[in-house]
Design a binder for this molecule. Structure first.
Ligand SMILES: Cc1cc2nc3c(=O)[nH]c(=O)nc-3n(C[C@H](O)[C@H](O)[C@H](O)COP(=O)(O)OP(=O)(O)OC[C@H]3O[C@@H](n4cnc5c(N)ncnc54)[C@H](O)[C@@H]3O)c2cc1C
Ligand code: SF4
Length: 340
């Protein structure tokens, strides 16, 4: 039996841990937060089919109980030293572990919307992010805006902190287009009288059922998609928002008054991944996501032998893709250990 340490207890870390435990190995998951689950704990219903997130998290918790692997919460790695083919690991709570292999599954962080000052996040009352909206879409969430009224006009802004020269993130975050479509439909179901507008530059409906959901949003829920990047927003005295954009399909400037603006924030590699990369001595790409040995056949391999990668610490990805990537990481670890 070999010992594998997994850094990060989101869905990628948990899936990798379960698969390696099934393969007969002893696994320790190190999670910096006080609970496992990662970002999934924050979402209400999942695209593309509105599965309640709780359904997945309850299953994950049951899996963790059944599989009997060690979990260290509120803990980070301080140092990892390689000696005689083993990894000697010291944690922030002074535990010392010896591992045969390490899997980094530290996920991503949300783009900080304050950095797009022109949109007025936390300056204007009714500018929120897609992550804030997930909280409001949970049962009991309050969707009222000024004077306790429900919003009549809502704008979604795509590509906030992704594909954007100014914020330094050139890549596409992949999941925010479909998150916007899912959330627009959820809002329309809760507020049937509301008019909803999505401001986009390109729409990335790459996954199974994504395109169908996008069509449904237009045909069944009358959600309007306007091709244009928002230049700025300002708050009016009644707390509604004046937004300015250009409709790039008609070539005309556009001004619109809305009661609520939702910023579809992108994914960044974040500090947690940077810290793990430093401790492990593995490389990051220009985007900050972890470098894989190659794109096709070795997407779970870091530059350091024996240190593997799982999930969205390597690139933005959906839950489904994360699970598949985590399972393939477990397979690669198992294969590598069996060859030693
Ligand atoms: C607004 C929004 C909505 C989304 N909705 C959906 C959806 O409906 N459907 C869908 O398929 N996908 C959705 N996604 C994508 C989904 O969140 C990701 O696919 C998923 O969270 C990736 O899991 P992960 O385990 O790779 O990363 P994470 O969920 O980020 O988990 C990583 C874990 O590692 C821990 N960690 C980080 N650094 C360290 C460290 N140094 N040491 C120890 N622990 C560390 C973190 O605390 C965290 O628990 C959404 C994304 C966004 C931004
Ligand atoms: S998924 Fe859509 S909103 Fe997100 S960065 Fe890509 S194009 Fe923009």
């Amino acid at each position: 039996m070999k010992h594998i340490v997994i850094i990060g207890g989101g869905i990628a870390g948990i899936e990798t841990a379960c698969a390696l435990t099934d393969a007969g190995h002893w696994v320790t998951v190190i999670e910096k937060d006080s609970q496992l689950g990662g970002k999934l704990n924050n979402w209400s219903y999942l695209f593309p089919d509105f599965t309640p997130t709780e359904k997945i998290t309850v299953e994950l918790q049951a899996k963790c109980r059944d599989k009997d692997f060690s979990i260290l919460t509120s803990t980070e790695i301080s140092t990892i030293l390689r000696k005689d083919g083993k990894f000697n690991i010291e944690t922030s709570s002074d535990q010392k572990l010896e591992a045969d292999a390490v899997v980094v599954a530290t996920g991503y962080e949300l783009f900080d919307a304050h950095r797009k000052e022109e949109y007025g996040y936390k300056i204007y009352d009714h500018v929120i992010t897609s992550a804030d909206l997930e909280e409001l879409l949970k049962p009991g969430g309050d969707l009222t805006v000024a004077a306790g009224k429900y919003p009549k006009r809502i704008a979604f802004v795509h590509c906030v902190g992704s594909r954007d020269e100014k914020s330094g993130n050139h890549y596409c975050s992949k999941v925010c287009c479909i998150t916007g479509v899912k959330q627009a439909i959820e809002l329309k179901m809760r507020l049937p009288d509301a008019e909803i507008f999505c401001f986009y530059m390109d729409l990335r409906m790459y996954g199974k059922h994504f395109e169908e959901l996008y069509r449904e949003a237009q045909e069944k829920y009358d959600i309007q998609f306007i091709r244009g990047r928002l230049s700025e927003a300002s708050e009016k005295i009644d707390k509604s928002l004046l937004i300015k954009s250009e409709d790039t399909l008609s070539g005309r400037p556009l001004k619109m008054n809305v009661d609520l603006m939702v910023l579809l924030v992108g994914m960044e590699a974040g500090k947690g991944t940077a810290n793990a990369a430093k401790a492990c001595g593995i490389g990051c790409e220009e985007s900050g996501f972890l470098k894989t040995t190659d794109t096709f056949l070795k997407s779970n391999f870091s530059e350091q032998e024996g240190i593997f990668l799982a999930g969205s610490c390597t690139a933005p990805m959906s839950v489904n893709d994360t699970i598949l990537h985590a399972r393939s990481a477990a397979m690669e670890v198992k294969h590598w250990l069996s060859k030693r």
